[in-house]
Design a protein around this ligand. Structure first.
Ligand SMILES: O=C(CO)COP(=O)(O)O
Length: 247
């Protein structure tokens, strides 16, 4: 399988961090960035309107699966699109845990994104407990089952998968390149059983303590097409060097 067939992508997930001042810094510093990878910044929604850069795309960190109406605190696809987003993270492990988002809900959000012309970055990944019990493939496989039973092959081909082992998120404990590759290969193999062309073209990102000094070895793995970056996406210089590692 050739990797070049897939466009690499690096997305920053600012989580509940950031300010208008940080956006201004990103607007300035990313303006002239030279990079082959597509770059996405997923900021808090309060900041969307402060972005002005053309060098990267904007993404939401979550979106509702509902259209509109009496759902206090939720944001619809139309709203995030109106605010300039062309991507949305769905099913981040922090939301799966904090908001009890189920595999089925995540799948319906992803489908809704594709229908609206927004690219979902769909997060999957296991806890340390599941890894130590040797159940990674079963657990991630079930997360993927919900996607393949809800989205068509065509819809999946307009999606991005992010493998984020929960034990590596914000812990400084990165998966080794071999551990990342092993699960990425499993994910690609899973989609290969659904549709070979889909599997060949589907971008699969790695997330979990990616830093400027480990990005390149992770991104050079055969089935790793870029990254979903948390902490290190909050400093423009670090984020730029991670984006450039995906060239
Ligand atoms: O959760 C993540 C991105 O969505 C990863 O976070 P860290 O890069 O801070 O480990």
């Amino acid at each position: 399988m050739s990797k070049k067939i897939r466009q690499s992508l690096v997305a920053g997930n600012w989580k509940m961090n950031g300010s208008a001042a940080l956006v201004a810094d990103f607007n300035e510093k990313l303006k002239t960035v030279q990079c082959d990878a597509n770059i996405v910044v997923c900021s808090p929604s309060t900041l969307f309107h402060h972005f002005s850069a053309d060098a990267f795309s904007l993404g939401a960190q979550n979106v509702s699966h509902l259209d509109n109406g009496a759902h206090t605190g939720e944001l619809s696809l139309e709203m995030i699109k109106d605010a300039g987003c062309s991507y949305a993270i769905v099913g981040h492990s922090e939301r799966r845990e904090d908001q009890q988002e189920s595999n089925d809900l995540v799948a319906s959000k992803a489908k809704k994104c594709v229908e609206a012309g927004v690219t979902p970055i769909i997060c999957v990944g296991e806890s340390l407990e599941i890894r130590e019990a040797g159940n990674v493939e079963q657990f991630v496989g079930e997360q993927l089952d919900a996607l393949t039973s809800t989205l068509s092959v065509e819809e999946l081909s307009k999606s991005v998968i992010a493998y984020e082992p929960i034990w590596a998120i914000g812990t400084g404990k990165t998966a080794t390149p071999e551990q990342a590759q092993e699960v990425h290969e499993f994910i690609r193999g899973y989609f290969n059983k659904v549709d070979a062309d889909l599997a060949l073209k589907l971008p699969i990102l790695y997330g979990g303590s990616v830093k400027p000094d480990n990005a390149q070895t992770l991104f050079s793995q055969k089935d790793v097409d870029g990254g979903l970056i948390g902490g290190a996406s909050l400093k423009a210089e670090d984020f730029i060097s991670i984006c450039q590692a995906a060239n």
